[in-house]
Unconditional design. Structure first.
Length: 206
């Protein structure tokens, strides 16, 4: 792809670094920005810069936040006794879009995967165990992607919680094993939340 402007080429290369954006799509985006008023482009640039500079992570659940505590954790309308454990921030967004859940969340930041060099110490597991202890949690819902790595993570946390007076469930397997939670449609995800199962039915205790 040949460019008559080095600035244009640099902009296309920058957009092409984004996930799922090829050079042709990047070019369309750059050419679209060139047609906009300078004030609109400046506002767009400022928004992106503020996202990187000002967005924080909630000190309780590790979701994205504008303050030390995210809006979900801070809301008095949320059921604080229920924590939904997810892998990523995208999973929080997917579950929130179903409008079927009114508890809080805990973002692990991934799942245990020894082959990828990801162990329990690389995830937000210790902070989850601390929350369960301090917040008198009544139910822990595991909404991890149904994969070997997801089940391994659930099993590890379950063993760490042995002896706790706590209801532990997992979302129903309306989501195919080996699938990714974020790609499930809203209806399937909503039904999985509503029909969640006791964890012992998924991973028998040894």
């Amino acid at each position: 792809m040949q460019f008559s402007s080095q600035l244009l080429e640099n902009a296309v290369q920058a957009f092409a670094k984004l996930p799922g954006i090829g050079k042709k799509t990047a070019l369309r985006l750059v050419l679209h920005l060139l047609k906009q008023e300078p004030s609109e482009v400046n506002a767009f640039s400022e928004t992106i810069m503020r996202v990187r500079a000002d967005i924080r992570f909630c000190q309780k659940c590790h979701n994205v936040s504008d303050a030390e505590t995210c809006a979900i954790c801070a809301s008095p309308m949320r059921q604080k006794g229920t924590i939904c454990v997810v892998e990523t921030i995208r999973d929080v967004i997917a579950i929130e879009s179903t409008q079927q859940y009114n508890g809080t969340y805990h973002v692990l930041g991934g799942v245990i995967s020894p082959l990828d060099g990801v162990g329990p110490d690389q995830l937000q597991i210790d902070s989850l165990l601390q929350r369960v202890k301090e917040e008198q949690t009544e139910e822990l819902i595991f909404a991890l992607s149904p994969t070997i790595q997801g089940d391994t993570t659930i099993y590890y946390i379950q063993k760490k919680l042995d002896g706790q007076d706590l209801k532990i469930t997992t979302i129903a397997r309306g989501i195919a094993f080996g699938g990714e939670l974020e790609y499930a449609d809203e209806m399937t995800l909503a039904r999985s939340l509503q029909n969640r199962l006791p964890l012992d039915r998924l991973i028998p205790r040894t």
